[in-house]
Design a protein around this ligand. Structure first.
Ligand SMILES: [Zn+2]
Length: 84
C-alpha cells in the first residue's frame, strides 16, 4: 500500500505531491524548483504522516472505534453485544 502525500518544498514552498516513500530517498530534487532535497529535511514530517496513517489503518482493522462505555476495554460488559 503506497500512500501519496503532499509536502511543501522548503525552498520554493510549492506542494510536492508524491508517494510517501519518495520523500525517504537519501537525495532527491524538487519537481518545481529543481533544488536538491534530502530525506532529513522531511524526516519529522514523514514520521508524523506515518504515525497518522498507522492510526488510520488500525481503525480500519478494528472497525469503528469504540465509543461510550466500551471505549474502556476493562468495562466491555456493558454494550459489547449491541453490534452483533
Ligand atoms: Zn522547490
Amino acid at each position: 500500500m503506497e500512500e501519496t502525500v503532499s509536502l511543501d518544498c522548503p525552498y520554493c514552498a510549492q506542494a510536492i505531491y508524491k508517494p510517501l516513500s519518495w520523500f525517504k530517498q537519501t537525495y532527491f530534487t524538487c519537481p518545481e524548483c529543481q533544488k536538491g532535497l534530502a530525506a532529513g529535511q522531511f524526516a519529522t514530517l514523514v514520521d508524523d504522516l506515518e504515525q497518522a496513517l498507522d492510526a488510520e489503518v488500525e481503525v480500519m482493522l478494528k472497525g469503528e472505534p469504540r465509543s461510550g462505555c466500551c471505549k474502556d476495554k476493562m468495562s466491555s460488559s456493558c454494550c459489547n453485544r449491541s453490534s452483533e
